[in-house]
Design a protein around this ligand. Structure first.
Ligand code: PEP
Ligand code: MG
Length: 597
């Protein structure tokens, strides 16, 4: 039910790109469309098949156009997602079988497509490989595109929008998002999606302010409504009063001013007032993010999530594909180091919330190192490429989801085999390449002292560590409020990890989202982490905060926090401290988990 009276409403979602945009809403019809079911008389069957082929061709044309547009606008990074969709439009299982169904069952193209989409979805559900399974969302996107073309429903395209608007939609495909690049769309809001959904990744790459996962935005917003979209906090204000607009305009100005001021931190060392030096590094997913890493003055790459390499193709990436990507990253990062993480497929990767409902326990399934140790041949291809890239700069190899010493020993054994074969082939690599593990499973914390003897460094993956230790599904909207990085249990766990690492004389980094959140900086310093790796957009802000503290102050904050009982109490304590140092920035509270992405 739409509202009649324009009263102010606040909607909370997940902020994707940190900026405040004020504008008019444009409600885009991107809800699920119903496929009509009709029986087709035999003489018209071939015509129906032709109609289907035309719709597929039209879909390809639209995607190619969207891709060209991106290339033209010089934002080539996320085109790989469109490539995946184009490849799926060639998929025999879907396209040829739909044609067969039309011919054999004498039914209309929409109905035949629906039947075959369902079949493909089922096949995907039954696949053991979490990565392939996660392609289901892509199948849905292209299925809907063909359906819209069949039904003449794709008339309402984003590129036809004439004035500046904020798009509001139930869900947007990455292709829809791609069309927005430098267009009339100033921001978007969707009901669906999470921080790691393709659409969010695309929005971040294109720097389009957005709020995803709002659940009900399309129920409350009408075309023409005035909206404030805060991509930092994830708040959407519908029909704000003049006072609220004024307030947000001030915030907008303040944030823009702050962004300009923050730039000075680019070349300043990440050092506390009493000279405690930490390294501030960048997390990346795509090679195309490198220029931004350099612009933000990161001291290397603390996490390169390689799973995105597996996206832009139908088959598995070859050793050469891996190598070319790693070499680019390693050379560009030189003289700093690049931490390349081995495949961490599965879990929430590439899955929308909808998909998860159909999974049994994806987060605890065959993901990350478990997958690599089962599919050793696939793993070796990646290890060879990582080792080869180590001849071109400083590479560190990192293994995700280690839960015990056996796993890392097995990895090292395979790595030795790979090293031997490279040596036998006369292929150069760095024999000193460091090997590290992510600490993101509670068991790894408990035996951190044992694991520290096996590796050269640790990196705490708080996204998963919090998920597993607090039993909070990291992508489930209904438990988001319980996802508490400042939970006393988490602080104790991190403290244990640091103690074990330093006891064994190895360095410990943090590369989960927690590391890039300004609010947590004093605590992370007090916990004596050596390196913080984060989204590049957080770097200046984190440096600004850590340069305003002494290590002593941070340590006493940690000690005081560890005597408190709840995350709320700890948060209040840290806020109070930050408010004293930065009265302007920490005047108000915001949802810390989504604040800086
Ligand atoms: C983490 O779990 O904190 C992490 C950095 O890895 P990912 O988010 O890729 O699982
Ligand atoms: Mg993880």
């Amino acid at each position: 039910m739409k509202r009649e009276i324009k009263k102010t409403q606040f909607i909370k979602g997940i902020g994707v790109t940190p900026a405040i945009i004020i504008g008019k809403a444009y409600l885009l019809d991107r809800g699920k469309i119903e496929a009509p079911a009709r029986v087709i008389p035999e003489p018209q069957i071939l015509q129906e098949v032709a109609r289907f082929r035309e719709a597929v061709e039209e879909s390809k044309k639209q995607l190619r156009l969207a891709k060209e547009k991106l290339l033209h606008e010089d934002v080539a990074g996320p085109t790989y997602i469109l490539d995946v969709h184009l490849l799926l439009l060639e998929d025999k299982n879907l396209i040829e079988n739909t044609e067969k169904t039309i011919k054999q069952s004498w039914i209309n193209a929409e109905w035949a497509l629906k039947i075959n989409l369902e079949r493909v979805r089922k096949v995907f559900n039954n696949i053991d490989d979490e990565y392939l399974k996660s392609r289901k969302t892509d199948i849905d996107y292209i299925g809907e595109r063909i359906l819209r073309n069949l039904m003449g429903k794709d008339k309402e395209t984003i590129s036809q929008i004439k004035e500046e608007v904020i798009i509001v939609a139930h869900d947007l495909s990455p292709a829809d998002t791609a069309q927005m690049a430098k267009d009339k769309v100033t921001a978007f809001v969707t009901d669906m999606g999470g921080k790691t959904s393709h659409t969010a990744i695309m929005a971040r790459s294109l720097e389009i302010p957005a709020v995803v996962g709002s659940e009900t935005a399309t129920h409350h917003i009408n075309t023409g409504d005035t909206l404030i979209v805060d991509g930092l906090t994830g708040v959407v204000v519908v029909n704000p009063s003049p006072e609220i607009i004024q307030e947000y305009k001030e915030r907008q100005r303040a944030r823009q001013k702050m962004e300009r001021e923050l730039f000075q931190y680019r070349d300043l060392p990440a050092e506390t007032l009493d000279g405690y030096r930490v390294k501030v590094l960048a997390n990346i997913e795509l090679v195309e993010e490198i220029p931004s890493v350099l612009q933000h003055g990161a001291e290397g790459i603390g996490l390169y999530r390689t799973e995105y390499l597996y996206l832009n193709r139908k088959d598995l990436p070859s050793e050469e594909d891996h190598f070319q990507a790693y070499k680019k990253v390693v050379e560009a990062t030189h003289p700093h180091s690049a931490v390349i993480r081995t495949l961490d497929i599965g879990g929430d990767k590439f899955m929308s919330h909808m998909d998860l409902a159909e999974e049994m326990n994806p987060a605890m399934g065959l993901r990350a190192v478990r997958f690599s140790l089962k599919e050793v041949d696939i793993f070796k291809v990646q290890l060879r490429a990582i080792l080869r890239s180590s001849a071109y700069g400083k590479v560190k190899l990192m293994v995700p989801m280690i839960s015990g010493a056996t796993e890392i020993r097995e990895v090292k054994k395979i790595l030795t085999e790979v090293r031997l074969s490279l040596t036998a082939e006369g292929i150069p690599f760095d024999p000193q390449m460091e090997i590290g593990i992510m600490i993101e499973v509670p068991s790894a914390v408990t035996i951190a002292d044992i694991l520290a003897k096996e590796v050269d460094f640790f990196s705490v993956g708080t996204n998963d560590l919090i998920q597993y230790s607090l039993a909070i599904d990291r992508v489930n909207e209904s438990v988001t409020h319980l996802y508490e990085p400042l939970h006393p249990a988490i602080l104790r766990l991190v403290k244990e990890v640091v103690k074990a690492a330093h006891g064994a004389g190895i360095k410990v980094a943090m590369c989960g989202e927690m590391a890039g959140e300004p609010l947590y900086v004093p605590i992370l310093l007090g916990l004596e982490l050596d390196e913080l790796s984060m989204n590049v957009l957080s770097i200046f802000r984190v440096k600004k905060i850590l340069r305003a503290y002494t290590l002593r102050e941070c340590k006493s904050l940690v000690n005081a926090s560890l005597n408190l009982s709840t995350p709320e109490e700890i948060e209040e304590l840290v806020y109070a401290s930050l408010r004293i140092k930065f009265p302007e920035e920490f005047r108000e509270k915001y949802n810390s988990r989504v604040a800086v992405q």
